[in-house]
Design a protein around this ligand. Structure first.
Ligand SMILES: Nc1nc2c(c(=O)[nH]1)N[C@@H](CN(C=O)c1ccc(C(=O)N[C@@H](CCC(=O)O)C(=O)O)cc1)CN2
Length: 292
């Protein structure tokens, strides 16, 4: 008769704290006491800010008691080292709220990656400032769609409804998949660290609403896309991922928009994956990204 299998959980621990000797030894020592098996460990010591960053993936056997004991141990470590830490059970798919305006290429790409199991998310809502019929030929696979048109007067109320939806669905990430409304300072603050935007330029170049036309007018030879955490300052948030492609004098603005779609899709998908795999830690107006 086979022994009942003890549940095994894989956790991702991310942390940051003022740098000092002994942090890694203390953490790995405590995890060893809990019979945790570390499978990945990455660290970065930011000399500029003197902050230490770390990401640890480990497996631990044992049910609920294990988790609470683990959290208690980390709380003590956190107090000892003045640590900000987050523990994520890797089997839990993060609930995600997707936002889009008229251009749906990034939304469709994310939904495809989710549907084939490449992106381990749980989409809970799609929000647009345009009506459902703008996306008439798109299948949203039963994900609730919310049409929240935004004008100068309705913006505060519509943003409040988005935050209500965020809370009611238990979402932990908002993805601006070409959502072309500037979020208010209050909205950006409420979603701080939980909202990723795809900007269709290689930031810091060509901020704002029409970057491809700006790029064409400037005559650049490379175009790009940037995924960043959203802050109150438009297109200024901590960058998670960027990519570029070479273009030529022969490319029209429409050519740039076409070539840009592919860059936007892959940059946003990559940034979302890094975020949900807890590979990103915000470091002031920058990020630490522990890439695979
Ligand atoms: N607080 C923030 N909100 C948003 C950000 C951000 O970085 N911080 N990024 C944008 C996305 N974006 C570029 O990536 C962007 C979106 C919209 C505009 C803009 O000027 N919009 C006009 C209206 C345009 C329209 O209705 O089509 C406006 O809001 O007046 C610039 C850049 C998402 N939000």
């Amino acid at each position: 008769m086979t022994a009942p299998s003890v549940p095994q959980t894989t956790y991702v621990l991310t942390l940051s704290c003022p740098n000092r000797p002994g942090i890694v030894a203390a953490i790995s020592g405590r995890l060893a006491e809990l019979n945790a098996n570390i499978t990945e460990a990455q660290q970065f010591d930011d000399r500029d800010s003197t902050i230490f960053f770390m990401r640890i993936v480990f497996e631990i056997t044992g049910g609920q008691t294990g988790t609470q004991q683990l959290r208690d141990t980390l709380a003590v470590l956190g107090a000892t080292f003045s640590m900000e830490w987050a523990l994520h059970d890797r089997s839990v798919k993060p609930k995600v709220l997707l936002m889009v305006s008229r251009f749906d290429h990034c939304l469709v790409d994310l939904l495809y990656r989710w549907r084939i199991g490449e992106l381990s998310i749980a989409p809970v809502a799609i929000v647009s400032n345009h009506p459902r019929d703008v996306f008439a030929d798109l299948d949203f696979y039963g994900i609730p769609f919310h049409h929240l048109p935004v004008t100068k007067d309705t913006k505060p109320a519509q943003e409040a409804r988005i935050l209500e939806l965020f809370a009611a669905t238990g979402a932990e990430l908002v993805i601006l998949a070409r959502y072309m409304q500037v979020l208010s300072n209050e909205m950006a603050a409420s979603l701080s660290g939980h909202c990723i935007n795809i900007h269709h330029s290689f930031l810091p170049g060509f901020k704002g609403a029409r970057p491809y036309h700006q790029a064409f007018a400037r005559g650049v030879k490379l175009i790009g896309a940037t995924a960043h955490y959203v802050t109150r300052d438009l297109d200024e948030g901590p960058i998670i991922e960027q990519d570029v492609e070479r273009i030529s004098h022969a490319d029209t603005p429409d050519d740039l928009i076409r070539k840009g779609r592919d860059i936007e899709r892959r940059v946003l998908a990559c940034a979302v994956r890094y975020h949900i795999e807890r590979r990103t830690i915000i470091n002031g107006n920058r990020t630490v990204v522990f890439t695979p």
